[in-house]
Design a protein. Structure first.
Length: 115
């Protein structure tokens, strides 16, 4: 649902089939915005976020989960997530988050390019 909606919204969307695939994409692609489910086969989204954050420090990374709790939210912040979205996802909220991610990353890149 989200993949199709974002693709129809004129965004370039890449879909990872798992953690290993996500890391391969992160190593090869300049990612503006990443949505990670916290429950992944073979790993968890928190560990994957830490790894992607090292590879792509300017990417905006969002957590998604159907199991939200205060401890998990705090752990997400410590891992490097920029925001947290409980499921079910609201597409309007997702589109707004993507636009904010693009704007934030563009500002950071502009500052970096001036240095």
């Amino acid at each position: 649902m989200m993949y199709e909606a974002l693709g129809d919204g004129n965004y370039d969307v890449l879909l990872a089939e798992g953690a290993e695939d996500a890391l391969t994409i992160a190593e090869k692609e300049d990612l503006t915005c990443v949505f990670l489910d916290l429950k992944l086969f073979g790993t968890n989204g928190i560990e994957l976020c830490r790894t992607i954050r090292k590879i792509r420090p300017l990417s905006i990374i969002y957590a998604m989960t159907g199991w939200s709790g205060l401890f998990e939210i705090e752990e997400c912040r410590e891992a490097g997530f920029d925001d947290y979205f409980p499921k079910p996802l609201n597409l309007e909220t997702i589109f707004k988050a993507v636009e904010e991610a693009i704007e934030k990353r563009d500002r950071w890149l502009a500052v970096r390019n001036r240095l």
